[in-house]
Design a protein around this ligand. Structure first.
Ligand code: ADP
Ligand code: MG
Length: 446
């Protein structure tokens, strides 16, 4: 299978990358549903994971005609004898973090790298983080049970979930805490059913101090799992144990989940995480660079943060790539260097978000004309959207203030600056503006 994958990948990937990253991997078919690839070190593993895992997984799924086929990248050498590999699948194919430890049934599955200390706080995640910290300090309190964190992909939900678990354990080493991805929970449930071990399953989950279930939207349409989880939920809740759930959307909006569960999801505290704003993106980049001992000048962090806006995972991927290029070439990290290292990623971004594009989307959103945005009209119904469009252009594109001004009917750069400041202030004070801003960013980043 791996040979087949390789020969196809060879055509899809530049030959230097192919020989550097893919060729040296050692393959081991773990079972009919899983291919394990061994990378010689952590660095190669991370690189392959962030750049090629999705592609490899898709290929393998095509070749095996098995949509559930998963590919794991592990650090190390392929075992001589075929020892059974036990792997915690934290997530589904396109969204994979791997913990290659052998787990006992009571393992917490917590990833010790995800803690509060390395979670960068910004406006977009402040509430979620505060709630998570509160729950970690006093788990089980009714006002925040369950804690339900929702938001788009790559915004830090899983990170916060682990952070709570790790924090609870650091205060009370013998606390029974389990982190589990919803898909994995489902698989365990099915396995328990088949092998007549339901009693163990129930007992394990109903006697926890804290149960952390990630990506609960995966329960959609799985009636048996939902039923079982309903009872687990009730049992934990009634005895004052903490439940934390994450999802890619607001509880009420999850489809194919029983109403009685959905309503329970909303009993405690539901908090959304938004995509980070520019400042936070830059802070995250600088923090991650520091962790890697990487010399990342602030202006370069700013450049990357301006270009890549949708999620933190993408930022991390970019940073990893820049790091790798820098190590290979021995060059200093400058804006030009980054432009080159991230060429394909940036080309895509530039194409997507232009000043014209922003004007079109903003005009549509407020049901006005693009021409109004460029006009001299000071009518409120036009002036406010115009200011928003300017601020968005500053946030989302790499255009300078004078360039943006020119795009709006030849206005002065001070007008643009004023618009940015006004909008920044309004977003703090006026929920409607903040909401419009988030909606527009979301539309433009889609
Ligand atoms: P989600 O579960 O919401 O899809 P993750 O928690 O997996 O997102 O986050 C994706 C990556 O980004 C992880 O490596 C995580 O550590 C990192 N990350 C996300 N938000 C932050 C943050 N605020 N500070 C530091 N790292 C973050
Ligand atoms: Mg996640």
């Amino acid at each position: 299978l791996w040979q087949d994958c390789l020969s196809q990948l060879q055509d899809q990937i530049s030959s230097t990358h192919f020989t550097t990253w893919l060729r040296p991997l050692q393959a081991d078919v773990a079972d009919e549903n899983m291919l394990v690839l061994y990378a010689s070190n952590r660095f190669v593993k991370d690189w392959v994971e962030s750049h090629y895992l999705v592609q490899i997984t898709k290929l393998a799924q095509q070749l095996t005609q098995n949509a559930d086929f998963v590919v794991k990248i592990l650090e190390g050498i392929k075992p001589e004898k075929k020892a059974p590999v036990s792997i915690q699948v934290e997530s589904v194919a396109t969204d994979i973090v791997i913990m290659p430890e052998v787990q006992s049934p009571h393992a917490s599955n917590l990833n010790s790298k995800h803690i509060f200390d390395n979670f960068v706080e910004g406006k977009s995640n402040r509430l979620a983080r505060a709630a998570a910290e509160k729950v970690a300090k006093s788990p089980g309190e009714q006002s925040s049970n369950p804690l339900f964190l929702y938001g788009g992909t790559g915004l830090g939900k899983t990170h916060l979930l682990h952070a709570v678990g790790n924090s609870i354990l650091s205060q009370k080493a013998n606390a029974r805490v389990v982190y589990i991805h919803a898909e994995r929970f489902m698989q365990e449930y099915v396995k328990a059913l088949k092998s007549d071990r339901m009693e163990n399953f129930k007992k394990l989950y109903r006697t926890l101090d804290a149960l952390l279930i990630d990506d609960i939207q995966f329960f959609a349409g799985k009636d048996g799992t939902q039923e079982e989880f309903f009872h687990i939920f009730n049992s934990l809740f009634e005895s004052g144990r903490q439940i934390i759930l994450t999802s890619d959307r607001y509880p009420k909006e999850i489809e194919k989940i029983e109403d009685r569960l959905k309503s329970r999801f909303g009993w405690g505290l539901s908090i959304g995480i938004e995509p980070p704003d520019l400042e936070t993106r830059v802070a995250i980049l600088l923090k991650k660079a520091e962790e890697k001992n990487m010399l990342l000048p602030e202006e370069v962090a700013f450049f990357i943060g301006q270009k890549l806006r949708t999620n933190v995972r993408e930022l991390e991927g970019a940073l990893n790539r820049v790091h790798a290029y820098a190590e290979f070439t021995g060059k200093a990290i400058t804006i030009d260097f980054v432009r080159d290292a991230l060429k394909d990623m940036l080309a895509l971004q530039d194409k997507l978000v232009t000043v014209e594009n922003i004007q079109r989307v903003v005009a549509e959103y407020y049901r006005i004309k693009v021409a109004d945005l460029k006009s001299k009209s000071r009518a409120r119904s036009v002036a406010r959207p115009r200011q928003l469009a300017m601020a968005l252009a500053k946030e989302l594109t790499n255009r300078s203030l004078p360039e943006i001004g020119r795009g709006f009917g030849d206005r002065d750069h001070t007008t643009v600056l004023h618009a940015c400041k006004t909008i920044a202030k309004l977003r703090e004070e006026d929920n409607n503006i903040q909401e419009d801003w988030s909606n527009l960013i979301r539309t433009l980043s889609a």
